[in-house]
Design a protein around this ligand. Structure first.
Ligand SMILES: Cc1cc2nc3c(=O)[nH]c(=O)nc-3n(C[C@H](O)[C@H](O)[C@H](O)COP(=O)(O)O)c2cc1C
Length: 281
């Protein structure tokens, strides 16, 4: 019975702060204080910026994952090495000892860049080696186009008995928005006290009109990798404007036809063009 009541109260905490359809302003009080660690891997320092912002925001200790054989090649060389490791053609990563004892922490903010659709190899190598049962893991990542949802699904598959939250992700091109978004993320998840505007749900998916095609092109036209052709769209009112979710006909990593969702924000502010925020494959 006690366990049942604890489960119900935990569910209420999460439902209360994460429910996207709640009509009134969301006011969340922090959960009981726990000892938190922000642990991250970063090759080119983008994820490191998010890690430092998070550590400051939640007064957590900070440490980084350092591979024994650093990835210090070019982008192409790193992609090649990453693919070989993922295919099992190269030995798995070894990680240097951390400066902290992870066993001492209740909550681990776990950060990584997205590599080939999932958490970067050194981060995954650490995650696979450490027993995180009994802790709350809050993933965060940075990416060129997207990968939070897929990478978190993979982490959950690797560690089904660990409590892994949905996490936070941001495109490296939008890193200047990280501080504001992290603040909102922490409030919505009941980690930090404060108020945020409730999230309005997206409307039904429908055919695109010419104006929406123009918004997609303006937001995504200069992205160097293909995002597909938009075939449907849904929209909702966002904090400072409108947010669009374009469904595109695209291809998966193996070149097979696949659909993706490309998210774009159109701000009300003068002089700010449509912004591509993430793709979910
Ligand atoms: C080997 C490699 C693979 C990558 N694969 C992806 C990918 O699949 N999807 C994506 O959106 N970005 C991808 N990126 C871009 C990185 O996720 C992005 O630049 C990230 O912000 C880098 O973080 P860091 O500066 O902390 O290393 C890749 C980058 C590298 C080096």
């Amino acid at each position: 019975m006690k366990k049942f009541l604890m489960a119900i109260s935990a569910a209420l905490v999460f439902a209360g702060c994460g429910n996207q359809q709640k009509p009134a302003a969301e006011k969340c009080s922090p959960r009981h204080s726990t000892k938190s660690l922000v642990l991250y891997y970063s090759q080119t320092h983008t994820t490191e910026k998010v890690a430092k912002l998070l550590a400051e925001a939640v007064s957590a200790d900070l440490d980084s994952i350092v591979p024994v054989e650093p990835y210090n090649g070019t982008f192409e060389e790193t992609v090649e090495r990453c693919k070989k490791e993922m295919d099992g053609d190269e030995k798995p990563q070894l990680i240097k000892s951390l400066n902290v004892d992870v066993a001492e922490y209740d909550t681990v903010y776990f950060g990584y860049p997205i590599w080939c659709g999932v958490a970067a190899r050194p981060a995954e190598a650490w995650f696979l080696r450490f027993d995180l049962r009994g802790k709350t893991v809050i993933p965060f990542c940075t990416f060129g186009s997207g990968g939070l949802e897929t990478s978190v699904a993979v982490l959950r598959k690797m560690a089904p008995s660990v409590n892994i939250l949905d996490g936070y992700g941001i495109r490296s091109a939008r890193i200047d928005k990280a501080a504001e978004e992290i603040n909102e993320f922490l409030i919505r998840n009941g980690i930090k006290e404060g108020e945020v505007a409730p999230e309005v749900p997206f409307g039904d998916k429908r055919e695109l009109n010419d104006e929406e095609k123009g918004i997609f092109d303006a937001a995504c036209g200069d992205y160097p990798f293909p995002l597909g052709t938009p075939v449907k769209v849904s929209s909702r009112v966002a904090k400072n404007g409108m947010e669009y979710c374009f469904v595109t006909d695209s291809k998966d990593a193996k070149g097979n036809p696949a659909q993706a969702e490309v998210y774009v924000i159109v701000s009300n502010e003068d002089g700010v063009g449509p912004e591509f925020t993430k793709v979910v494959r």
